[in-house]
Each structure stands twice: as C-alpha cells, then as structure tokens.
Design a protein around this ligand. Structure first.
Ligand SMILES: Cc1cc2nc3c(=O)[nH]c(=O)nc-3n(C[C@H](O)[C@H](O)[C@H](O)COP(=O)(O)OP(=O)(O)OC[C@H]3O[C@@H](n4cnc5c(N)ncnc54)[C@H](O)[C@@H]3O)c2cc1C
Length: 474
C-alpha cells in the first residue's frame, strides 16, 4: 500500500491541478457509502481536464502506483475505496456541460457534473436525461456511467448504459479514446452503434478498471408535462409478481418513470408508525408504487389500466402508503432509500442484485431469512422495476461504532444467498468480487481485457474481482 509521503516522490502531479497529501485531507477519501473496510491513499489529485488525467495515468503505469477514481463517492459497493493505496483521482473538478445539441438530441458532459446541476440546465429546454439515481444532488454522471445507475427512468429506459451515446476515455497508457460516432475523424456524438463492436460498453459499469471516463454523451428525453403517483397493494408476493410480469409484458409502464416494490416489513413499519389503529394483518403483504409522467390524458388512462391490472391479480389501490410515504418521497425528491432513515440513526450496508421479475418471491424470501438469522441488525428491502426485470436492494442498518466489522461478513453471506436463488450481482465494485470471480468464462475474458488495457494493473485494483496492487509489483 502506498501511504502518505510515499506516492509524492513517484508521481509528480500536473502543474495547477489540486493535490492533497496531508493525512487529514486524505481522510475524506478512505471510504464510499458502502460498509466495506476503508483504504488509505497516499495522494489525491483533482484533474482539470483529460490531459491531467493522462499525465497521472502515464506516470502511475510507469511507477506501478495504483490509481482509484472518485466521483461523488456515493457508491455502496466499494469501487472508490483505495484498497491498495496510491492515488485517488477526484473527478469533481471536471464539471462542465460541453455541448447541448437539441437537433441530435444529445448532451455531452464532463464526468464530474452532478445530476442535479444537469437536470437544472436541461429543464429550461423542456428536456431531461433518461436515468436519474436517487442520489442525484451528490452523484456524478461519470460515477453513474461507471456504476450502472438506475432510478427515475428505469421503467421506461431500463439502464443508464442504454442512455449513453458515446464516451471519451483516457486509457492507462495515457491514450485518449472516443467511442461511437465520435471515434471517426471529425465525428461528433450522435450515434452509438454502426462501425463495429460496441467499445462504449467496455467502460460502462467498469468501476474504473479499464480506463477513466473524461466525457459522456447522453440521449436527451422530453420532460413529462404532468406527474402523478399511485400505489397498489397485494395480498401476497405471488400476486404482486403476477402484476409486475403482466405490466412489463404489456408495456403498461411506458409512462411510469419510476416504480418500486415494498415488502411487508416496510409497509408495516411505515403505516404502523402513522396509523397504530390499523391491524398489521389488514395491511397488504406487498405494494408497488408508480410515479407516472406524461400528458394528463396519458396519465389518467395508464392509471386506470394499472388499477384494473392490479385488481385482476387480487390487489387494489393502496392510497394510504402513497400518502404516508411514496408520494411524499417523490415530491420531496428523496426517493425510496430514505425510507428507513438512512444516515440519520445509523449507517446502512446496501447490497443490490439484479433479478428476473419471476424471482421476486425468492428475493423476498431470502431477505426474510437474513432478517430472522441476523436480528441484531435492522433490515429493509425494496425492488426497483425496470422496463424488464428488477433490481432488488437488501439494506442492513448497523451501528457504525459497534457493528461495522460484524455487518461485513453478513453482507457477503447475503450476496452468496441471493446468487444461490438466481439473482446476479449489480454494481459490482468490491462487494460482489467473490461472486463474479466464479463466473469463469466471463471473468477470465474480463481479466484478459484488463491485461491488454492495463498491463501494469494500476487501475482500481480489487474492483470487479480483478487483481489487487499491480500485476507485477517488482
Ligand atoms: C442512499 C443511497 C441511495 C442510492 N440510490 C441509488 C439509485 O437510486 N440508483 C443508483 O444507480 N445508485 C444509487 N446509489 C449508488 C450511487 O449513488 C450511484 O451508483 C451513483 O451513480 C454513483 O455516482 P458517484 O458520482 O457517487 O460515483 P462514485 O461513488 O464516486 O463512483 C462509482 C464508481 O464509478 C467509478 N468512477 C467514478 N468516476 C469515474 C470516471 N470518471 N471514470 C471511470 N470510473 C469512474 C468509481 O471508481 C466507482 O467504481 C445510492 C447510494 C446511496 C448511498
């Protein structure tokens, strides 16, 4: 591990870039929002442009010094934790909107632009972008691209990666690569596919393992004219699963910008706190909240259609949960993670998995088993609906002072249990490393790409289960 005072003599930072080497300044760069162990960088560099990034990567490759990349640091999978020490590149200095091309329907931004700032800049044009995570005030576009963001827009557009037109990336040898239509001499970002294989995809969800993103082109989407929320309650998880499958199959969610499902403990917790007069057994076992966006006619038609679909599956409107929780969260723009008081009372170890919608019962049952086995932690769970399939979150709330060590193996056990019932890693970082390492053909291919792009093994060692601390540290 390259501790403070050791990295400086090896890597002379670019003139004019902000450099932090004082151990106190480095404290804020030890962790992200995961429960994983902290790391210790020896130096933080805040580059101003792609040339600064290239300069650091070239020197780091030559000296075999690890480099980790940090946007807003809001990730819950450990990707930004400098586990092998070295340099942290703080990308928040690259925060310009580079181009807004309404004719091509594309906006090009630097990676340190935050979602909140981008949304505010696009709103006067009646535009937005396809996917916005719930951490939009703090999270950066570069972090979202590298961590496969989901959120508002997932029910319409699926995944952040699907919304990317092309990238500019600095490779570990300092070379600048532009992908999609912008790869052509004189070409701009207006098309992702066409010339051959999709090189853009290599860096999306890459957790800074193969390159550092220095510009991102995204599709523009029209801002919906009207918004409305509705919640449907179901007597069983199986009934809710049938509803979700039918809604996705029939594309009945095409004007739903965000939808998530809540299991019984969350419903009882939320509703029970506000309405102790209601018997828990009279509450739904599962509910699905939908945030509609479109013109007023579309919203009324789609709400009626989804209510009828819910009733066909034995469910019904459940306005109480909407009033007490879902609508309030959407209105206040704080969304579903905050439902258990994230950060207020304790910290939360979040483990997210992707799953086919058919597997919702298995996901809920796995959460239930973890909850009863580890009652010393408070557990929450929810799923986010995508256009197809789900992402499911298991959230373990722990006391930072007394339970930080103890929660870590439990989250690893939860990861193995979710994989065993057919869920797959989502936002890999370091938290899912043990699981992805077992996917031999996939992981072996990734490792071969890593050797080609990053022969010195300096970029983000430990992320995606790829080697730690440099491939050949002689
Ligand atoms: C309470 C809470 C709620 C959350 N809600 C959501 C949600 O709704 N949807 C969602 O998708 N996520 C959510 N997250 C996770 C996180 O906010 C997102 O993944 C977010 O997109 C990360 O952005 P960031 O700028 O903070 O990235 P960081 O945490 O800084 O980095 C994320 C990953 O990207 C890499 N990286 C960062 N910048 C670059 C770059 N320029 N080039 C290459 N690699 C880079 C990092 O090394 C790391 O591996 C939530 C997290 C918390 C704690």
């Amino acid at each position: 591990m390259n501790a403070p005072g050791v990295v400086g003599p090896l890597i002379r930072a670019p003139d004019g870039a902000l450099v932090l080497e004082d151990p106190v300044d480095l404290l804020g760069y030890q962790r992200d929002c995961s429960a994983l162990p902290a790391g210790q960088a020896g130096m933080v560099v805040r580059p101003r442009d792609a040339a600064d990034v290239a300069d650091v990567l070239r020197k780091a490759s030559a000296e075999r010094v690890p480099v980790y990349v940090r946007g807003g640091g809001t990730m819950y999978a450990g990707g930004v934790i400098p586990a092998a020490g070295g340099v942290v590149l703080d990308m928040t200095g690259l925060d310009r909107i580079l181009a807004l091309d309404l004719d091509a329907g594309v906006v090009v931004v630097e990676p340190g632009v935050r979602f909140g700032a981008l949304s505010a800049a696009l709103a006067p044009h009646g535009m937005t972008i396809g996917i916005i995570p719930s951490t939009s005030p703090a999270a950066t576009i570069g972090g979202a691209a590298s961590a496969h963001a989901l959120g508002t827009g997932s029910t319409r557009y699926q995944s952040f990666a699907d919304e990317v037109v092309g990238l500019e990336v600095v490779l570990p040898d300092g070379q600048l690569l532009r992908t999609g239509s912008a790869a052509a001499r004189g070409g701009n970002f207006f098309h992702r596919y066409g010339m051959g294989p999709d090189l853009t995809g290599l860096f999306l969800g890459g957790d800074a393992s193969l390159g550092v993103i220095t510009a991102i082109a995204l599709w523009l989407r029209p801002l919906p004219a009207a918004r409305a929320t509705a919640v449907y309650g179901f007597p069983s998880v199986a009934a809710a699963t049938g509803f979700v499958l039918d809604a996705q199959r029939g594309e009945a969610l095409r004007n739903v910008w965000y939808a998530s499902g809540y299991e019984s403990a969350t419903i009882r917790g939320r509703v029970g706190a506000a309405r102790p007069d209601l018997a828990p057994e009279d509450l739904p076992v599962f509910c699905v909240g939908c945030d509609f966006g479109g013109d007023a006619d579309e919203l009324a038609r789609d709400q009626a259609r989804l209510l009828a679909l819910a009733q066909r599956h034995g469910g019904d409107a459940f306005p109480l949960f909407d009033e007490l929780y879902f609508n309030r969260l959407r209105g206040e723009q704080v969304y579903w993670y905050s439902f258990a008081g994230y950060f207020a009372r304790s910290r939360c170890g979040i483990l997210m998995a992707s799953l086919p919608s058919t597997h919702l019962p298995e996901f809920v049952a796995t959460l239930g088993a973890i909850r009863s086995r580890y009652a010393e932690f408070q557990w929450g769970g929810a799923v986010v609906l995508c256009r197809r399939g789900l992402h499911g979150g298991v959230m373990g709330f722990y006391d930072e002072a007394t339970q930080w060590q103890a929660v870590q193996p439990v989250l690893r056990e939860a990861a193995a249990a979710l994989t065993a019932v057919g869920c797959i890693p989502y936002k890999t970082g370091k938290i899912w490393a043990a699981e992805v390492e077992q996917m031999s053909a996939w992981h072996g291919t990734l490792d071969r790409l890593k050797q080609t792009f990053d022969p010195a093994g300096v970029l983000s060692p430990g992320n995606l289960g790829l080697p730690r601390g440099g491939r050949n540290p002689t």
